[in-house]
Design a protein. Structure first.
Ligand SMILES: Cc1cc2nc3c(=O)[nH]c(=O)nc-3n(C[C@H](O)[C@H](O)[C@H](O)COP(=O)(O)O)c2cc1C
Length: 190
């Protein structure tokens, strides 16, 4: 019996088709800075949140929490927390509790933020996979955001993932096309 059985159920799928679809999601994503006011279907939101739930975390400690903000008053209050407001009907605030996270024994590095970034990335790509657009907002005042989320005591607030349908005039910024060439990004140690 192979390891696949030991670690969980074997999943069969058409590898080629899955690969193509995933690349399409990666390629179509850009930072959306103009959202339509249209609300989001609950089952779509649930699938996005489920992606966050199944994201990996170091030693499976799961020190991450997501606050899903869609109440109009709360979204209005968020305007005071960050200048990156573009009318998204859903903001997923991703936080992590360092006290719950894996700590690397060699240097004491706490894994909470890395875990939160992975969860946030899963949320973002799952939303894109639903045909929605996203914006990762990191430039916010954490203490003002904390005021809106009293339950976030003890959490570091890492990301505000804005999610919604893009407005018809939404388009990628110039920065979207600016990436280092592969040769600059990667050092191959063969
Ligand atoms: C960690 C992180 C924080 C970011 N914070 C902001 C932000 O506060 N406001 C904003 O407009 N964009 C923000 N962005 C979006 C980046 O500016 C954007 O991803 C980058 O310029 C590349 O463009 P693209 O996403 O369209 O490919 C953030 C992205 C990341 C990954």
């Amino acid at each position: 019996m192979g390891r696949g059985h030991r670690w969980g159920r074997r999943i069969s799928f058409n590898r080629q088709a899955l690969h193509m679809e995933f690349n399409e999601v990666l390629n179509r994503r850009y930072s959306c800075r103009a959202f339509a006011s249209r609300g989001l279907e609950q089952e779509i939101v649930d699938r996005i949140l489920e992606a966050g739930r199944i994201a990996p975390t170091a030693v499976n400690k799961q020190p991450v929490h997501i606050w899903a903000l869609s109440d109009p008053d709360t979204l209005a209050a968020v305007k005071g927390v960050t200048r990156s407001n573009y009318g998204a009907p859903l903001i997923l605030v991703v936080g992590c509790r360092p006290a719950d996270a894996w700590v690397r024994r060699y240097d004491g590095k706490n894994g909470a933020e890395v875990d939160a970034a992975i969860v946030a990335t899963y949320l973002m790509l799952a939303a894109e996979n639903e045909g929605l657009s996203t914006l990762w907002v990191g430039s916010f005042d954490p203490s003002l955001l904390r005021n809106l989320l009293p339950a976030a005591e003890g959490y570091e607030l890492v990301a505000m993932i804005n999610v919604g349908y893009p407005s018809p005039d939404s388009m990628p910024s110039a920065m979207h096309g600016e990436r280092k060439p592969l040769g600059e990004l990667v050092t191959r140690v063969d």
